[in-house]
Design a binder for this molecule. Structure first.
Ligand code: C2O
Length: 546
């Protein structure tokens, strides 16, 4: 029996303020957010599903978790507490590098605020994990309470688990949530749609379920004699938005701001409205654009965020389905089917309204990327490496595993040019912790096989004459993706050149923190089966130099 689409109302996740008001001035606030095992209804006709959920209490815990609303420049302290049971609800694979407690009981978790610019001890390093009651801790664990100073530009972030080897199953189980940084003095004058009703995070992901309601995950590995359970990717057939499968929402004939977060493990979404409604992009990932950009569709890799205004008064119909047509895996996998090609439905009220919100011609102007200020050029090659004794395929960066010493050691306050060379078959959404970057260009590799062969021996893009190979077709960077981002799609067979900035973009100050502070930061592909999965596709810890 198939589940009917568009029967559940789109939920709004509970909101938690990351600051408190004293008279009329905002002050820092300390929060406790727990991780609980509970049951969650993903659909009217689906039995309740065991999940892991974030919340201020077990009762209030939700999937996704509460939306944390922080204020620019006001500290938010969060004590993330693990109340999870001793056993996972999903199969995990101890044969890959994984957080495994010495007593073999308890579920390792650690929280990363994606898009956040904070000291390394607050960054949710994969080895800073802890189990229930902080009974057991990873080798890089240092504190219970994370400090988010929110000193960065306003925008949309999200928090999610980041534990070594378990990220993929902890995310699948439900450990994700939205985090918004607001800056009223700067954003107020824009008069974009705001307030509870008109400004909404939409956290989108795919899942499959068994008849009894439990999450289904193929638990036979690609190469079971070595890794009994690990699979490089996960795809589900039901599309979930804010915790409900294919929900519906009734909207007024006016503008809404939708912060669409792709929280899937591996699925790309190419979103469009079936009635031709447009997306007016006002920000990408965590940063405002200089001016709005209008598109008919938007392609989101895992963890990319489209921050858009949709003007429902322009709708010629009284219903619009938000749909998806991205093949999976992207770009050359299966076409979508009648299930995963649908996301949610909007019913548009008939009455015309006076709309007080607008989309100004100019949004927020940050200093534009300055190529001449780049102090370093780096080459970062992603490629698959086959050994005859081990797994069929490792995905490595520059041929090195996660355990290798830090490879990039940028200086605070500088910018660098990174050439990311994707020698794999798949598009990899690369995310850099701490930094923001702009995409300069994407150039196809000519004689890629020759280059690959050289790289597998020498591991050195310059010696392998990258400049001779980076000469092919250029891809256009879409206008709405030309701003500052924290994740971008690295096209297979191409060199993607990015300008990475290691300081705040809204001011000329750079971060201040202990330069010796370990465990440092990572960059990695955000297909979450790879996150914190060093042998396959590690990020590299880069230590900071000041
Ligand atoms: Cu969104 Cu290292 O992660």
């Amino acid at each position: 029996s198939k589940l009917e689409m568009f029967v559940d109302e789109l939920p709004d996740m509970p909101k938690i303020q990351g600051f408190r008001m004293l008279n009329t001035s905002p002050k820092p606030k300390s929060l406790m957010i727990g991780m609980f095992k509970k049951k969650w209804k993903f659909h009217r006709d689906l039995p309740p599903t065991p999940v892991f959920a974030y919340g201020a209490s077990r009762r209030g815990a939700t999937v996704p978790g509460p939306t944390i609303e922080a204020l620019q420049g006001i500290d938010t302290y969060v004590t993330w507490k693990n109340f999870l049971p001793s056993k996972h609800i999903l199969p995990w694979d101890p044969t890959i590098p994984t957080a495994i407690p010495a007593t073999k009981t308890g579920i390792p978790t650690v929280v990363h605020l994606h898009g956040g610019m904070h000291e390394p001890a607050n960054d949710g390093n994969a080895n800073s994990w802890f189990t229930a009651g902080f009974k057991e801790k990873g080798p890089d664990w240092s504190k219970r309470t994370y400090h988010y100073n929110n000193n960065q530009q306003p925008g949309s972030l999200w928090y999610h688990d980041h534990a070594m080897g378990l990220t993929r199953v902890n995310l699948l189980a439900g450990l994700i949530g939205a985090y918004v940084i607001r800056h009223p003095e700067v954003e107020g004058p824009l008069e974009l749609p705001h307030g509870e009703e008109f400004d909404r995070p939409l956290i989108v992901f795919d899942r499959s379920f068994r008849k009894d309601g439990s999450i289904y995950m193929n638990s036979t590995g690609n190469n079971p004699s070595i890794h009994p359970q690990w699979q490089p990717e996960y795809f589900g057939d039901l599309i979930i938005v804010n915790g409900k499968a294919w929900p519906k929402m009734t909207v007024r004939r006016r503008k809404y701001r939708l912060r669409i977060i792709n929280a899937s493990n591996a699925r790309f979404f190419r979103l469009f409205f079936t009635n031709g409604l447009e997306f007016i992009h006002v920000a990408s990932d965590s940063t405002y654009l200089v001016e709005p950009v209008v598109t008919n569709e938007t392609l989101l890799a895992p963890s990319e965020i489209a921050d858009v205004v949709v003007d429902f008064s322009k709708s010629k119909t009284d219903a619009a389905v938000l749909a998806n047509d991205a093949p999976y895996p992207y770009p050359s996998g299966d076409p979508v089917n009648e299930l995963n090609g649908r996301v949610m439905k909007f019913t548009i009220k008939k009455e015309r309204e006076v709309d007080t919100w607008r989309v100004p011609d100019k949004l927020i102007q940050y200093p534009s990327p300055d190529l001449s200020s780049a102090t370093q050029t780096r080459y970062i090659a992603m490629y698959e490496y086959t050994s005859d004794t081990d797994e069929p395929t490792h995905l490595y960066i520059n041929g090195k595993p996660y355990e290798a010493p830090a490879t990039e050691t940028p200086k605070a306050g500088t910018s660098e040019i990174w050439n990311v060379i994707n020698l794999t078959e798949d598009n990899h959404p690369m995310h850099i912790h701490l930094a923001v970057f702009t995409v300069l260009d994407q150039t196809e590799l000519v004689k890629a096989e020759e280059f690959k062969a050289c790289m597998s021996k020498m591991n050195d893009a310059i010696k392998c004459q990258i400049s001779k190979h980076a000469r092919g077709k250029k891809l256009r960077v879409a206008a709405h993706e030309k701003g500052w981002k924290n994740v971008y799609k690295m096209t297979p067979g191409y060199v993607t050149r990015i300008l990475v900035r290691f300081s705040y973009i809204h001011s000329n100050t750079s971060y201040s923190f202990d330069p010796t502070g370990m465990p440092g930061y990572v960059y990695h592909c955000h297909v979450s089966n790879y996150i914190a999965f060093p042998f396959m596709f590690g990020g590299y810890i880069f230590k900071y130099k000041t």
